[in-house]
Design a binder for this molecule. Structure first.
Ligand SMILES: [Zn+2]
Length: 133
């Protein structure tokens, strides 16, 4: 992600803020210029609950530059419908299950981005036992 796009989307990522289309009711994340279903452009901010579950996952053994392997990536299904691809954190590969409840946390994504700065963003971790989901 380039620096301008990173700064534009940073707040939305940190708050897990998506969009709701007033025309067709579609909820989407991350924010985009238009509704992915009906292409309407005037979308409302929509605060997502943060309740989500692992839809699928994989372990990355060979990391691209700026990342350190191995790490886990998952397609996470948000309660409101959208699915988000992101890294899993604070969990071993052998402990991940499909349908496992996860929550979003802000973490360092890259040691050194293409412009030499640390890149932070969201990852997902297992919901800690005893906490409301
Ligand atoms: Zn729409």
């Amino acid at each position: 992600m380039d620096l301008a796009r990173y700064h534009r989307l940073r707040a939305a990522y940190y708050r897990l803020e998506g969009q709701r289309c007033p025309e067709c009711g579609t909820i989407q994340f991350p924010p985009r210029p238009a509704c992915r279903r009906c292409r309407k452009r005037a979308l409302e901010p929509y605060r997502l609950s943060g309740r989500c579950a692992v839809h699928s996952y994989a372990e990355v053994a060979q990391a691209p530059r700026g990342f350190s392997a191995p790490y886990l990536v998952a397609l996470v299904a948000l309660e409101e419908g959208p699915r988000v691809a992101a890294q899993l954190t604070d969990v071993d590969a052998g402990d991940v299950t499909i349908g496992m409840p996860v929550e979003m946390v802000t973490r360092r994504i890259q040691e050194r981005g293409p412009h030499g700065y640390l890149v932070y963003g969201y990852k997902f971790r297992p919901v800690l036992a005893g906490r409301p989901t």
